[in-house]
Design a protein around this ligand. Structure first.
Ligand code: C5P
Length: 225
């Protein structure tokens, strides 16, 4: 980096999927690899930030000069984020499960082929980590991700408003050449004024570096000096 655009700033990043237990051996999760969030953590550290990375279950090495906290469920991720506050910038790249099973069985659930209803799982909503932190008095500058399969920019813009964010990164997860497990991504950054910046397909590490520059340029002046 020519310029340490985030020098001295405390940056909190969430990454990866969450796992929501059904019983001691089973869980509900999703296809997130954590690669984008880890690339963001690495780029933020390179840009001079003090980085805390709250990671769901992923198979990735911890980037240099990054403090990593491993969690499993969305509720654990929220607790870990709250424990890491206050911070200057929050980047929520985790693919947080929307629901968790109402009760996690203490023992392994037994299969019952005689039951005509199969197995019914009651799911209850997880807390929205990003929206929760964006509501705090000591609210950081909040950057969200919107992974969508259709109406990408419209849905991303609604999320920016609904969650009270400063920036949102719109990510088309329908394209198979980018997103989820890929090493590449292509995104559109949208700010509160509705201004859009497209970042064409590139390595996630490169997208992450470009995003740090854009985030830094959007920070209010008391933060970025
Ligand atoms: O509503 P949706 O899940 O699409 O929102 C995506 C954005 O919100 C991402 O930045 C994601 O990390 C964050 N999020 C969160 N907690 C949730 C759900 C989403 O922090 N429970």
């Amino acid at each position: 980096f020519a310029r340490q655009v985030l020098a001295g700033l405390r940056v909190l990043i969430t990454a990866g999927p969450t796992q929501e237990s059904i019983d001691p051996v089973r869980y509900i999760s999703n296809h997130s690899s954590g690669k984008m969030g880890f690339a963001l953590a690495s780029a933020a550290a390179e840009a001079g930030a003090q980085v805390t990375l709250i990671a769901g279950p992923v198979h990735l090495p911890t980037p240099a000069r990054v403090k990593r906290v491993d969690v499993k469920s969305a509720r654990e991720m929220l607790k870990a984020c709250e424990a890491a506050m206050p911070c200057d910038v929050l980047i929520a790249a985790a693919a947080v499960a929307d629901y968790h099973p109402q009760t996690a069985a203490k023992q392994k659930l037994k299969k019952n082929p005689q039951n005509p209803n199969g197995l019914r799982l009651q799911l209850v909503c997880n807390p929205d980590i990003l929206a929760t932190l964006a509501q705090r008095k000591d609210r950081p500058f909040c950057v969200g991700f919107a992974a969508e399969t259709e109406h990408l920019l419209e849905h991303a813009t609604s999320k920016l408003r609904d969650k009270n964010l400063d920036l949102i990164v719109a990510n088309d997860v329908k394209r198979s050449d980018i997103g989820f497990n890929s090493d590449d991504n292509a995104v559109t950054l949208i700010d509160r004024q509705g201004q859009q910046t497209r970042l064409d397909k590139a390595r996630k590490s490169e997208i992450a570096r470009q995003l740090m520059g854009l985030i830094a340029s959007h920070l209010p002046s008391p933060i970025n000096g």
